[in-house]
Structure formats: C-alpha cells, structure tokens
Unconditional design. Structure first.
Length: 148
C-alpha cells in the first residue's frame, strides 16, 4: 500500500455520516423564518430599550430581553426535540409576555407610538409563526402512527 491510501472500516464511515447529520440538524434552525423574525425582534428590542429610563430599563426592559432570548433558545430546543408541543407552548407564553410588556411600556409613555408599533408588529409576526408551528405539531401528533 502507498502512504496516501488507507482503508476506512464501514463503521468509521457510518460514524462520520452520523456526525455530519448531527451537525446539520443543529444548524437547521438558523434558516427558519421564525428564528430570523425572533432574532430581528431581539435586535430591535435591544436597540430601542437602551434609552429607557433607569426604572424601566432594569425591570421590565431586562425581563423582556430575557424572554426574547428565551424564545431563541426555545427555537433551538423545539427544533431538536421529539416533544415540540410542550416547548412551543412555553415559547408562546413568552411571546405573550413580550406583547403585554410592550403594551405596558406604551401605556406608561415609556415607548413612543412609532417604537411601540414597530416592536408590536415584529412580536405579532413572531407569535403568528409560532402559532402555525404549534398547530402543525399538534395535528401531526394526532395522526395515528400507522398512517405515518
């Protein structure tokens, strides 16, 4: 045998293919529309919450930032999980919390109308996408295993 050639056992080949598949599955969520929309919401919230007064910045503002980040982490978890429905329910609760917090900040005149509308549109877009994903998963779970 020459130095550049070596034999790979079939088991090594299977393990390498499995490693590639795992890496691809973990990266899949970056291309989801719901991930892109959620990430855009996170960026806009960070941009718009930097000028909040101290009282709101470190209370409601920080909680909203944490919830939006939890939504992003939830996308990753739901994408790799077999039980997506439970995770998506938690994410929908977080998205609802974000919407309620934005409304409170607007009612307290902390956010101006323009910022509020922009952030509300983004959060509603995220909510609608998660609701569609949730409905899809619920319907998928109700289909008997024989028909799959």
């Amino acid at each position: 045998m020459s130095e550049g050639l070596y034999i790979i056992s079939p088991r090594d080949d299977v393990e390498r293919r499995h490693e590639k598949k795992t890496v691809l599955l973990m990266r899949d969520y970056y291309h989801l529309d719901v991930y892109k929309s959620s990430y855009k919401l996170l960026v806009e919230i960070h941009k718009n919450f930097t000028n909040l007064n101290r009282e709101h910045k470190y209370t409601i503002g920080e909680k909203v930032k944490e919830k939006v980040f939890a939504v992003l982490v939830g996308i990753y978890k739901a994408n790799k999980s077999d039980n997506k429905v439970a995770i998506l329910e938690e994410i929908l609760d977080d998205v609802e919390y974000i919407g309620l917090s934005l409304r409170l900040l607007r009612d307290l005149n902390v956010l101006n109308e323009k910022r509020y509308v922009m952030l509300l549109v983004l959060s509603e877009d995220v909510r609608v996408q998660f609701e569609k994903w949730y409905c899809f998963e619920v319907k998928k779970d109700r289909i008997p295993k024989e028909n799959k």
